[in-house]
Ligand binder design. Structure first.
Ligand code: ADP
Ligand code: MG
Length: 409
């Protein structure tokens, strides 16, 4: 056997099968096959390549000449990992074909075909063929690149169209969002006025300014009052979120005693804590002065307190106010239901509420902590949480004592 290698095509994607086909056709024509004969060989080549490549396993096709008993002929070697290629039908196309397997479970299919007239490949012929095969590969590569480039350009056009569509959608969403915000804001404002008047009249009746009331009436009015208070705080939450979103949540900073604010808010929650049967411990450092919006800071504390009370079924609540360098540190700790680590990450986003029984039963909007975070940030402060599910939670606020550079003032 006297084998001469001319070139090899590795088949890593379906398009290389076409390359193998074209190379064999060219070679076949060069050694004297007519168009039909060359087409037959090319077709058999692409079919065998396809089989060797099946399942997407990389394959290769090597072309060359081999000298056998009747002279030189076309020698094509297919390599691949296909288990059981169907070569029976190819016998009509070739003069000899056999399968062998090599180690690494590669399969070889060797196909041989004598040309119609005897031919002897001269060295010159062989180097010419090698060059032609390489040129063909380049041409294939260039056209492949061009095809890919066209595909990319088309994809780019698609993307441009998609982006235009998304831009339009975004505009629509923005305007819907604005309508929604305006609606929430208008409705909340409109609700606030009648609610104030309801609360006022309830207080007048409860104070017996309009005559004596009996115990049942007092009880019932008490329920009405609590519910109107709840409604009022809900409406205020909505309005605050509205303000946050339109960057209208402004802080009215004054130099006041943070200690007194914290003390007063704690006092205001003591009854609630007692009612829930929880113990309350506090350690408030006196006379801490800070530049803060007093109402907003007590709103923050009130929110944290009501959370701790709502989400703690037994145990205690600890409040600490202290200073650390130029900062005031307020921390509120409870022995409540706590929360998972993943919930801690979402805690400060709007409408987030953890999914557990204690939280579900307590009710709420999930807006409180989002507002808290915004207010603290508007003071150039930070708020952090550390918590463990079913063990308890600790919220820590750090507020600068000095007059901050306010953008929101
Ligand atoms: N002290 C706490 N203990 C356990 N979970 C808490 C505590 N504070 C907040 N959470 C969790 O964070 C969620 C968001 O709180 P918040 O924004 O105040 O909304 P809301 O109280 O209306 O549900 C709560 O629903 C609850 O799951
Ligand atoms: Mg809350």
């Amino acid at each position: 056997m006297n084998k001469m290698h001319l070139g090899e095509i590795s088949i890593k994607e379906a398009s290389s099968i076409v390359e193998a086909r074209n190379k064999v056709r060219m070679l076949a024509e060069d050694v004297g096959f007519d168009t039909i004969g060359a087409t037959k060989l090319a077709t058999a080549t692409s079919e065998l390549s396809r089989q060797m490549y099946s399942n997407g396993n990389a394959a290769s096709v090597a072309v060359g000449f081999d000298e056998r008993e009747k002279g030189f002929g076309l020698d094509i070697l297919f390599k691949g990992r296909t288990e059981d290629p169907d070569i029976k039908w190819t016998e009509a196309f070739f003069d000899d074909i056999f399968i062998s397997s090599t180690n690494g479970n590669m399969l070889n299919v060797n196909a041989f075909k004598y040309p119609p007239v005897k031919f002897i490949p001269t060295e010159e012929f062989i180097s010419l063929e090698r060059e032609r095969l390489i040129r063909l590969s380049r041409a294939e590569m260039v056209s492949e690149l061009k095809r890919k480039n066209d595909e990319l350009l088309a994809l780019f056009d698609d993307l441009k169209n998609e982006k235009a569509k998304i831009d339009i959608m975004l505009e629509e969403l923005k305007s819907v969002d604005k309508i929604k915000s305006d609606l929430v804001s208008t409705v909340s404002h409109e609700l606030r006025t009648p609610l104030t008047s309801i609360k006022g009249y309830i207080d007048i009746i409860l104070d017996e300014d309009t005559g004596e009331i009996n115990d049942i009436q007092r009880d019932f009015l008490g329920i009405v009052k609590r519910n109107t208070d709840r409604l009022a705080s809900l409406i205020n939450e909505f309005l605050d979120v509205q303000k946050m979103e339109s960057k209208r949540l402004t802080m009215n900073l004054t130099h006041i005693s943070l200690s007194e604010i914290v003390e007063a808010t704690a006092k205001g929650t003591e009854l609630l804590i007692k009612k829930k049967g929880l113990a309350f411990h506090k350690n408030i450092k006196p006379d801490i002065l800070a530049w803060v919006d007093g109402d907003r800071i007590s709103q923050v504390l009130w929110n944290l307190f009501t959370n701790s009370i709502k989400y703690t079924e037994s145990g205690s609540i600890y409040l600490i106010l202290d200073t650390e360098g130029d900062n005031a540190i307020i921390s509120l700790e409870d022995t409540g239901v706590g929360m998972s680590e993943s919930d801690q990450k979402k805690l400060f986003s709007k409408f987030f509420r953890a999914d557990n029984k204690v939280v579900r039963d307590a009710g709420g909007t999930g807006l409180g902590l989002a507002i808290v975070k915004e207010i603290v940030a508007a003071h150039n402060g930070t708020i952090d949480v550390s918590s463990e599910f079913e063990k308890g939670s600790k919220f820590t606020i750090r507020l600068p004592l000095g007059r901050p550079n306010m953008k929101n003032e």
